[in-house]
Write a protein that binds this ligand. Structure first.
Ligand SMILES: *[C@@H]1O[C@H](CO)[C@@H](O)[C@H](O)[C@H]1NC(C)=O
Ligand SMILES: *[C@@H]1O[C@H](CO)[C@@H](O)[C@H](O)[C@H]1NC(C)=O
Ligand SMILES: *[C@@H]1O[C@H](CO)[C@@H](O)[C@H](O)[C@H]1NC(C)=O
Length: 388
């Protein structure tokens, strides 16, 4: 009888964590049912907080005041947010990441959490070209591939259904009006609106205006987290400190206007999403990255946030060697994921990743779940046998 009861309890837990959808196809999360990340370009923390539009948005959300980008230039930062590593990338040129490398899309799909990417001025779903001209720029390159990490992962582009989820801002407005915005959303404005070819003021003005309808109390039917972030800072000589704001109905009124001093990087997007939907992990730097405090606080049960032990030592402006490094002597194979890691979702590595990397099980890997940071000059990644 006792055994029967605990089986029942197990069954309930399984149902809870296994991505059961409600009648509208929404998978409930611990702290939010939807996350929308919006990516601006190249600004230093110290300047951004002084902007009046950003200050106004801040009153309506939480400022993460110790959020650091991974490296320079843009592209590796975008790649990191999907794959849990930037694989040594130190440039903005065309690249492809082999199919054996999995991304957050695999984790989300394993639990039926819907997702989409919306890229402003992308000419059509799943467009894989280097750039495309829109209407706001001064002569072209409004859409650029280097700010759209989805199309650089073969594991995404080799799957037609996934390609069809990489859409334009017009598609977003259509889905928003129809109240059909997916649960995980990644948005890149064009090169003018994200500030790349314009100014901080232009990007901040654009963001403020764009966000107004999304921040209305009735904008979404479910708790929605809107994250406005920058890919990297402007000044390469200084630590890569950027502004990130958390907004939306997932932020409780009592914490609006406050600052969160927890240490974060773009890997925290992955760990927070894994925590929220109790997803498996990628077995890379996603494991060990701090979970957004408000989410851990709302959802409960997560107390592992800590400063990376080497946060003060790292030079997060220089990429470490790796598969995507453009200098031959800094080229390295893609490290195998650490198949033993348990992530912020309380789950192990995704089963499909374990299957794909089975032959490399036990081989040395830089991923140890410690949250340590690495760079190309002071703190190079350490490869060692995976701990049990
Ligand atoms: C690598 O990329 C950087 C950044 O774009 C560039 O400055 C450098 O010249 C490139 N090096 C090689 C060897 O292509
Ligand atoms: C995901 O949805 C499919 C199709 O509706 C269903 O067969 C599957 O069991 C679901 N998976 C989870 C983890 O809920
Ligand atoms: C942005 O600037 C680059 C040069 O840095 C230029 O090639 C491109 O056309 C510009 N794009 C827009 C949309 O203004």
């Amino acid at each position: 009888m006792k055994q029967f009861l605990s089986l029942l309890a197990l069954g309930a837990t399984w149902f809870d964590v296994a991505g059961a959808k409600d009648s509208k196809g929404i998978v409930p999360g611990k702290a939010f049912e939807r996350i929308i990340t919006i990516w601006l370009e190249n600004q230093d923390f110290a300047k951004v907080v002084l902007d009046s539009n950003i200050a106004d948005l801040k009153r309506r959300g939480v400022l993460l005041d110790r959020y650091y980008a991974q490296t320079h230039p843009s592209q590796p930062n975008y790649l990191a947010a999907l794959g849990g590593d930037y694989f040594g990338c130190n440039h903005d040129d065309f690249l492809r990441i082999p199919e054996k490398v999995f991304t957050i899309t695999d984790l989300l799909e394993s639990r039926n959490v819907s997702w989409a990417a919306y890229m402003e001025d992308m000419p059509g779903p799943g467009f894989m070209g280097d750039y495309s001209d829109g209407s706001t720029g001064n002569g072209g390159w409004d859409y650029v591939r280097k700010h759209n990490p989805f199309v650089s992962y073969d594991s995404i582009t080799n799957d037609g259904e996934r390609l069809l989820r990489i859409l334009s801002f017009d598609d977003f407005q259509r889905d928003f009006a129809a109240r059909r915005v997916p649960q995980f959303v990644f948005m890149t404005p064009n090169m003018m609106n994200d500030g790349h070819n314009s100014t901080l003021q232009a990007a901040a003005e654009w963001s403020h205006k764009f966000l107004q309808p999304l921040l209305a109390d009735n904008a979404f039917d479910e708790r929605t987290l809107i994250m406005l972030t920058f890919d990297e800072s402007e000044t390469y000589e200084e630590p890569n400190h950027i502004v990130t704001l958390l907004l939306g109905t997932a932020i409780r009124p009592v914490i609006k206007g406050t600052d969160d001093h927890t240490f974060y990087t773009h890997y925290s997007i992955l760990s927070t999403v894994e925590y929220n939907w109790q997803l498996p992990n990628l077995g890379r730097y996603d494991v060990g990255a701090n979970v957004f405090h408000f989410a851990a606080d709302t959802g409960g049960g997560y107390r592992d946030n800590k400063d990376p032990e080497n946060a003060a030592a790292v030079d997060n402006s220089v990429s470490y060697p790796g598969f995507l490094h453009n200098e031959t002597d800094k080229h390295r194979p893609i490290p195998p994921p650490n198949l033993n890691l348990v992530g912020a979702g309380g789950q192990g590595v995704l089963e499909a990743i374990k299957n794909a990397w089975r032959a490399d099980k036990g081989k040395s890997t830089p991923y140890d779940g410690s949250g340590r940071l690495y760079d190309g000059v002071k703190v190079l990644p350490i490869h060692k046998a995976p701990t049990p």
